[in-house]
Design a protein around this ligand. Structure first.
Ligand code: UD1
Length: 379
């Protein structure tokens, strides 16, 4: 097993409340992909501040491993060096899941945590949840209760299983509470706390507002369409070529900036993606990405997190998917579901001309304090 321990031999630290020893508190956080880092960073900060004598162990599964998909995020978010790197890398869903389980089990055996925390819905989340549950360690899931009701999405399977295994389910919107209730999950396990991804955005706001990424890329703030696409349903088949043709046509009216995820980059090799006004670039660090997002005229995406970030920032978002597990971004935010239909891209300029002058307020509890609320529950 390739793993390193930056922290050395674990030392059982104890938390006292002034009246004597209360409890040993050992927490393991398991992350693996770009959005996981963003969702977990504020929680690590909040729990470290509340439990300075506790042991806080960060495990990075290595599902994302390129510098721009991983290390740069940890640096910008101020997350400490992971204590364990599992280096699972890419593979089929089962390979990736199995590798995380196999390599995480001995870490959990050694650390014997009182609590394990997993964010989101990626394969690393599922694998960690299964391992933790089988070792009878209490499990907390951050960003619980989201449902697309589409089991062809790998993330939907990951969400459902993780939620049913978790002891504490931290939720960011009321419909997620309803989803968990409908699946028979006991209400006392569910906590509506807000959105830790928005915590990170709020914490970085001064820095990304000053980053000036649009100007560096040569596009005018407010005047371009920012694009991110990486879901298998869109990029692993014929829809990608059709999407690039539509984006090429749109780029004649409005510059298009498209930082390309590695999965999409590999698929683009066999597609004609060169069009005037369409700028393809490498994945960006988080500060540069948020800077581009905040300055965009509009965003086209199939990401989950970006539907939330645009809602918070009041930027029009067009989601190129058949469904969303984040309906609050439509009912209370700036999101429009286009369907899984590249032809719908041509409706964006008209939709933009008709949008309301003032974007809605962000949903309740999307206020930068979700991690504090989670820490209130856990401590
Ligand atoms: C994963 C998540 C997805 C999440 C996304 C965020 C699952 C099932 N999917 O998708 O829910 O929205 O992360 O980005 O967990 N690759 C690299 N370098 C990297 C990472 C990946 O080149 O650092 C390439 C590899 O060719 C790999 C492919 O991208 O096979 C896909 O990576 P993988 O982690 O399997 O899924 P994502 O598409 O990133």
């Amino acid at each position: 097993m390739k793993q390193t321990s930056a922290a050395g031999a674990p030392e059982r630290s104890r938390l006292t409340d002034g009246a004597g020893t209360v409890a040993p508190m050992r927490i393991v956080y398991v992350v693996g992909t770009r959005p996981n880092f963003v969702k977990t960073a504020p929680l690590i900060g909040a729990l470290r501040a509340r439990l300075p004598e506790g042991r806080h162990v960060l495990v990075h599964t290595g599902q994302h491993y390129d510098r721009m998909m991983s290390a740069v995020f940890l640096e910008e978010l101020g997350v400490p060096e992971p204590d364990y790197m599992l280096e699972v890398g890419s593979g089929t869903h089962s390979e990736q899941t199995a590798r995380v389980m196999e390599r995480l089990e001995p870490v959990l055996a050694e650390e014997a945590p009182d609590l394990a925390i997993v964010p989101g819905d990626v394969n690393s989340t599922l694998a960690a949840a299964l391992t933790v549950a089988k070792m009878r360690i209490p499990l907390a899931h951050v960003e619980s209760g989201l449902r697309s009701f589409d089991r062809t999405m790998p993330e939907e399977v990951n969400r459902v299983v993780t939620d049913h295994l978790a002891d504490r389910l931290f939720v960011h919107s009321p419909e997620a509470v309803d989803n968990l209730h409908a699946e028979g999950i006991a209400a006392e396990r569910v906590h509506l706390v807000g959105n830790t991804m928005i915590d990170t955005l709020v914490a970085l706001e001064d820095r990304f507002r000053a980053a000036g990424a649009a100007t560096r890329l040569g596009v005018a703030p407010g005047g371009y369409l920012l694009v991110t696409l990486h879901r298998p349903a869109l990029v692993d088949g014929p829809l990608l070529a059709k999407t690039m043709t539509r984006l090429g046509a749109l780029a004649r009216e409005m510059p298009v900036v498209f930082p390309v995820h590695p999965r999409t980059r590999a698929m683009l090799e066999s597609v004609d993606a060169e069009h005037p006004g369409l700028l393809l670039c490498e994945p960006l660090g988080y500060l540069d990405f948020l800077s581009l997002l905040a300055d965009a005229g509009a965003v086209l995406t199939d990401s989950g997190g970006i539907q939330e970030e645009t809602t918070y920032l009041g930027i029009p978002c067009f989601t190129l998917r058949a469904n969303t597990e984040r309906p609050i971004t439509i009912t209370a935010g700036t999101n429009t579901l286009l369907g899984l239909d590249p032809a719908a891209i041509s409706t964006i300029p008209e939709a933009l001309s008709q949008r309301p002058a003032k974007p809605p307020e962000p949903p309740p509890l999307w206020d930068g304090r979700a991690a504090e609320r989670i820490a209130d529950v856990l401590t």
